[in-house]
Design a protein around this ligand. Structure first.
Ligand SMILES: NC(=O)c1ccc[n+]([C@@H]2O[C@H](COP(=O)([O-])OP(=O)(O)OC[C@H]3O[C@@H](n4cnc5c(N)ncnc54)[C@H](OP(=O)(O)O)[C@@H]3O)[C@@H](O)[C@H]2O)c1
Length: 379
């Protein structure tokens, strides 16, 4: 077993997980509190060059030599252990979580069973300090039920006011949010919990494309046009995938330094700006609308000849209009309609307070990135 502190990582082969793992590899994290205060402890064999290095145990299903090699390119091979298993393997998850100083969970933010196993503890962790859990969730937790319709006085949320336990029980992800909130506040074997609620992320990353963009394009192809859930008048905050990864590292570093405690009040939005659903749907449908904006023309010019669904004749009409229910799930299918048809406008005030800035999103906004992201998703 490695003498280095340990991170148990769920979702390493995923879109955001790959970015987080890659950033972890380039980062030097402080040691867990119990180890740094003792000055030696189980780290007695650690050398100077090891400082800031963590041993990562990645839970991976369907391990193949190719998948393993891809992960070893992202994180220093000597410090990476592949643990074969799925989110349904309770014994594997419980045992790895119990051994870890830090758990990074960015696999499936609605997988209640695995979250329960990550957050239950039958004994105190090895060190004097409670272990840390950093969990990636989504801003859908605060989505309204606009179903794409215009709504008067749309609420804009700051994470400074966010108390998960006060959200309606019908909010998304509660099967995971509540056990995490409970683990962060209980007196017996508490865990220092930190949850980052990400907006939709789009940019092409290590894993090339966001999980939801492929199905969106498929709906457009099936319908013959780019569409919306309802009229598409709702707005969302969004974020570049690398800014989500940077947010995770910012919070984890602050947690390890003891600058943030964890538990109630340590929930972070990771998304900026607001974009109407029909704005991005229109870009997917018809680049020419976007190109009437001269400031974007130069950036998009290289894509004009071969990009986009309409210009590729993969769909029959430009622009966008509401999709019929035969194409998407029926209205009222909460998870789907909330993700795309709900208002989700957030302000990441807590992350800003830790010094995080959405640097990649500022360089390339959602509508700028979409052409490239669609092209990659089509390959
Ligand atoms: N994409 C977005 O815009 C967005 C926005 C906000 C929040 N989120 C949330 O963030 C999380 C990660 O999103 P993502 O876009 O990175 O998703 P993703 O690309 O689909 O990655 C999911 C990861 O979880 C793993 N996984 C899924 N089911 C598993 C199972 N049963 N057992 C073991 N591993 C499993 C996948 O492994 P395989 O490689 O084997 O499939 C992959 O590593 C999700 O919970 C999502 O709800 C996403």
């Amino acid at each position: 077993m490695s003498s280095k502190p340990t991170i148990f990582f769920l979702g390493a082969t995923g879109y955001v997980g790959g970015e987080i793992l890659s950033l972890l590899n380039k980062s030097h994290l402080p040691p867990p509190a119990a180890r740094s205060s003792s000055g030696s402890g189980s780290d007695s064999t650690t050398t100077n060059t090891d400082l800031g290095r963590y041993h990562v145990i990645a839970l991976v299903r369907n391990v193949t030599p190719e998948r393993e090699a891809a992960l070893r390119r992202l994180y220093n091979s000597d410090d990476l252990e592949i643990l074969e298993g799925t989110l349904d393997d309770g014994d594997i998850i419980r045992s790895a979580a119990e051994r870890a100083d830090v758990v990074v969970s960015c696999a499936v933010s609605i997988h209640g069973e695995s979250t329960k196993w990550l957050t239950t503890r039958s004994k105190a962790s090895g060190g004097a300090s409670p272990p840390i859990l950093v969990h990636v969730s989504g801003i859908t937790i605060i989505a309204d039920d606009a179903n794409g319709e215009e709504v008067a006085d749309v609420k804009e949320w700051s994470d400074l006011d966010l108390d998960i336990t006060k959200l309606p029980p019908t909010s998304s992800h509660m099967n995971c949010e509540i056990p995490i909130a409970e683990a962060g506040t209980r007196s017996n074997y508490p865990i220092r919990t930190f949850v980052l609620y990400a907006g939709l992320y789009w940019a092409t990353g290590v894993q090339r494309t966001s999980a939801w963009l492929g199905p969106w394009i498929k709906h457009a192809k099936d319908a013959g046009f780019s569409g919306t859930y309802g009229p598409g008048a709702n707005a969302l905050s969004h974020i570049h995938v690398r800014d989500v990864a940077a947010g995770v590292l910012t919070v984890l570093t602050a947690a390890l330094k003891g600058e943030v405690k964890g538990g109630k009040g340590f929930n972070y939005f990771v998304a900026t700006s607001k974009t109407e659903q029909r704005e991005w749907a229109k870009v997917i449908g018809d680049v020419r609308l976007l190109c009437s904006n001269d400031s974007r023309r130069a950036h998009l010019e290289p894509y004009l000849l071969h990009q986009y669904l309409y210009s590729k004749r993969l769909i029959e009409e430009p622009g966008c209009r509401p999709w019929p229910e035969g194409i998407i799930r029926p209205k009222g299918t909460r998870a789907y309609w909330r993700v795309f048809g709900g208002n989700q406008i957030v302000h990441p005030d807590r992350l800003h307070a830790l010094g995080w800035e959405p640097k990649e999103t500022q360089k390339q906004g959602l509508l700028d990135i979409l052409p490239q992201a669609i092209d990659v998703a089509l390959q």
